[in-house]
Design a protein. Structure first.
Length: 657
């Protein structure tokens, strides 16, 4: 208190008489110099040649009785700027001075697809210049921006702006309470100054950018200047930080922020360390070929093992057309190991564990009837997969499958060509594997169709195949097979019963055969014979389905239907005999043996129709009763009965003596 008195005394001694008189006059006349609050006031009259721009006055019925109250804010479209930019806003209070409007508590200032809100906005209608202050929030536009700032200026007709203390995003769109991504690479910035130099052109000064959520992103890029032009962010002299720790320096960097999020360029380098690979450095180049194709090509360097090139190619066409290729390899320098067995047991030897793994998936629909599809893989070394594959599912899989097929479907006829390769590894030892090749497998199948328009149906299965099989102790090369399988059936349906008798003949010719080792002379491994084998046999079958049993139960919230379906079938195969053990297995059709069996099955189905699915009834009429479903058994193909919506469970019990 004493210090305050001393300061005040010193200030009074230094105050000049004219200053004292001025302050006294201001205090005495404060009621005249004080700013007055006018609600919905008209702008003051203009002098000279300036054009007056009237602001619509409020309806007298809306004015408050108490002068201290404010009228409710009403959004009024305002005349456009000199460049024709349409404007509208909602505010708590506004004052006009000529063509300059001062808006307070603005919540909805709209222009060019943008929405601006701030504590105070000063708008010059003649120059289209806007000054904003306090709690600024700008959203919208073609880039889906959403920024918050402390202050800024805009020129609407030139589409330029300057904001200070900015935190914002590009590519995030708010739909009600939900925020969704409108681009594959959302752009999140934090900057001291954000400049908009033109439509779609921005510059971030003394800031950072990331794809992670602020304020604690997993990674971010810090730079003195970041330019965003045509959906591409570029910067120089950048520091890359991970969890706030500077990791490395980037002299130049580009980051896509456009709608598709794809931009050619080098990716961020990778660093890691492991006991098997050692220190790992990786770099890749991303090539956006066009809007349907892209590619990544790069390499990793393992300090303990050597170079590992890798990459992928992706294509997405119309409909279901696609092609994807992934490859990786390792040029291994080798690892020092001491074998426990073999000629080099107990010695330190250099073991090469490198290899190549290529995976490709493709589908191409040439027409509604012709389709090419395939899923192929090539693996040069199973040891390479065991040691260096990071995918657990692939690392534990001992099979490598490849299948490529060309299929044509038209009017029930299905000609097709199939090329297949199966490789099964029994361990990491070189050569301890089995390989089965089907090159090619040509087929022509006919789906069941009426014979001459009568009640009898006929179908056909036929194929021409080539087989090569190799495994330790057994080799079968270039063995061919010709297979013809015609069949007929006669569906009989009456009074809820369904009886379908069937008959078929099958003739198969093999260019080679095998001789089983019945006495154990070759440790049970069969030997290959070049003598041809002919196999012919007949089939007969009958399938009987009696009417389904059903019962409806009324529930509190709907109805439940319980359906019991039974089926009885008989299957007979004869004419194969002892030839079954001499057949080289090409596919599952070669494992047929003489068969005479009877089977039965019981299937229970439960269908639920909730009461809420009934149509809405008129309030003036009584609610309509739920129509009872038809008593016909539910179709087996669709799994639904009548107009019942769904089956919630299905239990099947079967047995075959």
């Amino acid at each position: 208190m004493d210090r305050a008195r001393i300061c005040y005394a010193g200030l009074s001694q230094r105050m000049r008489p004219r200053t004292f008189l001025f302050i006294t006059a201001v205090v005495l006349c404060h009621t005249f110099t004080m700013g007055q609050t006018l609600t919905n006031a008209l702008p003051p009259p203009q002098s000279g040649t300036q054009q007056q721009i009237p602001v619509p006055a409020a309806d007298p019925a809306q004015l408050p009785d108490d002068p201290g109250q404010e009228a409710m804010p009403v959004a009024q479209p305002q005349p456009g700027t000199a460049a024709g930019v349409p404007l509208s806003w909602k505010d708590d209070r506004e004052t006009w001075a000529g063509k300059i409007a001062t808006l307070y508590g603005v919540t909805d200032f709209r222009y060019r697809g943008y929405v601006l809100s701030a504590d105070k906005i000063t708008y010059n209608q003649e120059t289209s210049e806007v000054e904003v202050e306090g709690h600024i929030q700008l959203t919208g536009g073609p880039e889906d921006i959403n920024i918050a700032a402390s202050s800024g200026t805009l020129r609407l007709n030139e589409h330029t702006a300057r904001f200070f203390d900015v935190t914002g995003t590009m590519g995030l769109r708010s739909t009600g309470r939900t925020v969704v991504y409108s681009t594959a690479n959302p752009f999140i910035i934090h900057a001291r100054v954000l400049l908009e130099t033109g439509e779609g052109s921005y510059r971030v000064v003394d800031g950072s950018m990331t794809n992670c959520k602020l304020p604690h992103p997993d990674w971010e890029l810090l730079a003195h200047s970041i330019k965003v032009v045509d959906g591409r962010a570029s910067t120089t002299n950048t520091v890359f930080k991970v969890h706030g720790v500077p990791m490395f320096y980037l002299p130049y960097l580009r980051h896509p922020v456009d709608e598709n999020g794809r931009q050619s360029g080098f990716l961020v380098p990778g660093f890691s360390n492991s006991t098997v690979r050692g220190l790992t450095l990786s770099e890749q180049y991303y090539w956006a070929i066009n809007r349907s194709m892209d590619m990544e090509v790069g390499a990793e360097y393992y300090s303990k093992r050597g170079w590992a090139p890798k990459g992928d190619f992706r294509y997405r066409g119309a409909g279901l057309d696609h092609a994807m290729v992934y490859w990786n390899a390792l040029f291994d320098r080798g690892a020092r190991m001491t074998p426990s067995s073999g000629p080099q047991a107990g010695q330190s030897v250099l073991v090469n564990q490198g290899g190549t793994d290529i995976v490709a998936q493709i589908r191409r629909d040439f027409s509604p009837h012709l389709r090419l599809a395939g899923d192929t893989e090539y693996l040069s070394s199973y040891t390479y997969r065991l040691v260096f594959n990071d995918n657990y599912w692939q690392a534990v899989s001992s099979q490598v499958k490849s299948d490529l097929s060309l299929t044509y479907v038209r009017n029930g006829g299905v000609p097709s060509a199939d090329f297949a390769r199966l490789q099964t590894f029994d361990g990491a030892t070189e050569g301890n594997e089995a390989r089965i090749l089907h090159l090619p497998n040509l087929r022509y199948d006919v789906l069941n169709r009426p014979l001459a328009g009568g009640p009898v149906y006929w179908g056909l299965g036929s194929g021409l195949s080539q087989l090569s099989r190799a495994e330790p102790g057994f080799h079968a090369h270039n063995d061919g097979r010709i297979d013809v399988y015609p069949r007929i059936s006669l569906p009989l349906v009456a009074v809820g019963w369904s009886i379908v008798p069937q008959a078929a003949l099958r003739g198969t010719f093999y260019s080679g055969s095998e001789v089983p080792d019945l006495v154990g002379a070759h440790s049970g491994v069969p030997t290959v014979s070049h003598d041809p084998l002919r196999r012919t046999y007949g089939e007969a079958a009958v399938e009987v389905r009696p009417p389904a049993l059903e019962r409806d139960f009324a529930l509190k919230n709907g109805e439940l239907r319980h359906v019991i379906e039974s089926e009885l079938n008989w299957h007979f195969v004869g004419g194969i005999g002892s030839q079954a053990r001499n057949v080289l297995l090409v596919d599952t059709s070669d494992i047929e043996t003489d068969t005479n069996e009877v089977g039965y099955s019981i299937t229970q189905r439960f269908y639920l129709r909730p009461a809420r699915n009934q149509p809405c009834a008129d309030e003036t009429t009584a609610p309509a009763a739920i129509p009872k479903p038809q008593t016909a058994p539910p179709p087996r193909a669709s799994g639904q009965a009548g107009n019942w919506p769904s089956a919630i469970t299905s239990i099947r019990i079967s047995a075959a003596p």
